[in-house]
Write a protein that binds this ligand. Structure first.
Ligand SMILES: C[S@@+](CC[C@H](N)C(=O)[O-])C[C@H]1O[C@@H](n2cnc3c(N)ncnc32)[C@H](O)[C@@H]1O
Length: 296
């Protein structure tokens, strides 16, 4: 079947529209993304051009098409224990530190963790498995795990927790697959024991985040790369307001935050980098060395 071609003016108009509803930027040369990801939607809606699709989305009261456009255009690539290092960092350093620090204050310990662009859930479920393996939750220590994404379809899949054969081969050890999943149809469903640890909701990271409260750990991995520089700055500034004073931010392994542009300082533990708020980060304790500028 011939793919519906996007004209220059349609590309401009759609890029602007998609930016407005999601913050995702489609730079020149990404015409193929419109054609490969929205062509099918245009056919489904009986539209003969992308302009027609755009008009339909703008005028549709239910905003169902707008949601479908976000679902189609967002890149949901993810896998279990992606990059490994952040999960080792959580297991061996960040979670034990939080428990230690909070227990010293007395009373119940509650650890709040947010996977802020969670896609289909692999990131937050990997985190939940790590927490289980640390014996959490346990008496006196509660967990609140929240996973959000802008894509309704991704959130729906994440909260159902059903993965294909291919998806469970990506990053999961056979031992974890056997322990935390149950075969279902052609794939595997995450067990209730892990699924029930997480609550999912839709959230656009470029809108107000204050309703979510403050977190000890925020994972914001492999999403800021789709934003303009200005939106990235706004995002990290907003995230800094959702982080507890001693909290930690984890970003993608190929991403970095320039110190002069963000309220965070990079910290290193073994081979991992994480970020803390400028004002509260400890000044170079042993084994944790703030880096100056790590991305130049
Ligand atoms: C490449 S995935 C990253 C998933 C996971 N964090 C990881 O690193 O494996 C990027 C996710 O960001 C989501 N996303 C894109 N724009 C967003 C926005 N403005 N607010 C929230 N999520 C967004 C997409 O829907 C997608 O699921």
């Amino acid at each position: 079947m011939n793919r519906l071609k996007v004209t220059d003016s349609e590309f401009q108009a759609l890029s602007k529209y998609i930016y407005g509803i999601s913050g995702i930027t489609l730079s020149a040369g990404k015409e193929y993304l419109i054609e490969t990801r929205l062509g099918q939607l245009a056919t489904e809606y009986g539209c003969r051009s992308y302009q027609e699709l755009l008009t339909r989305s703008r005028t549709e009261a239910s905003r169902a098409l707008e949601k479908k456009i976000i679902d189609a255009i967002s890149t949901n690539e993810t896998y279990f224990f992606r990059d490994n290092a952040p999960f080792n960092l959580l297991q061996h350093r960040l979670i034990p530190d939080i428990i230690d620090r909070k227990s010293k204050k007395g009373g119940r310990v509650t650890i709040r963790i947010w996977s802020s662009a969670s896609s289909t859930g692999q990131e937050i479920y990997s985190t939940a498995m790590v927490l289980r393996e640390l014996g959490l939750p346990k008496p006196g220590c509660d967990l609140q795990l929240i996973a959000t994404d802008i894509s309704d379809a991704a959130i729906a899949r994440a909260s159902y927790g059903l993965y294909s054969q291919f998806e469970v081969t990506r990053g999961l050890s056979p031992a974890r697959l056997a322990k935390y999943f149950t075969p279902k149809g052609d794939g595997y469903r995450i067990n209730d024991e892990i699924r029930s640890m997480v609550s999912f909701r839709k959230q656009n990271l470029l809108t107000s985040l204050t309703g979510l409260g403050k977190f000890d750990i925020i994972l914001c991995r492999n999403v800021a790369i789709y934003f303009t520089r200005e939106d990235r700055l706004r995002l990290f500034d907003n995230l800094s307001r959702q982080l507890e004073p001693d909290g930690c931010l984890l970003i993608g392994s190929t991403e970095s935050l320039a110190q002069e542009e963000s309220p965070f300082v990079p910290m290193r533990y073994l081979n991992s980098t994480f970020y803390q708020l400028q004002d509260t980060a400890p000044s170079a304790p042993a084994r944790m060395n703030p880096l100056r500028a790590i991305n130049g």
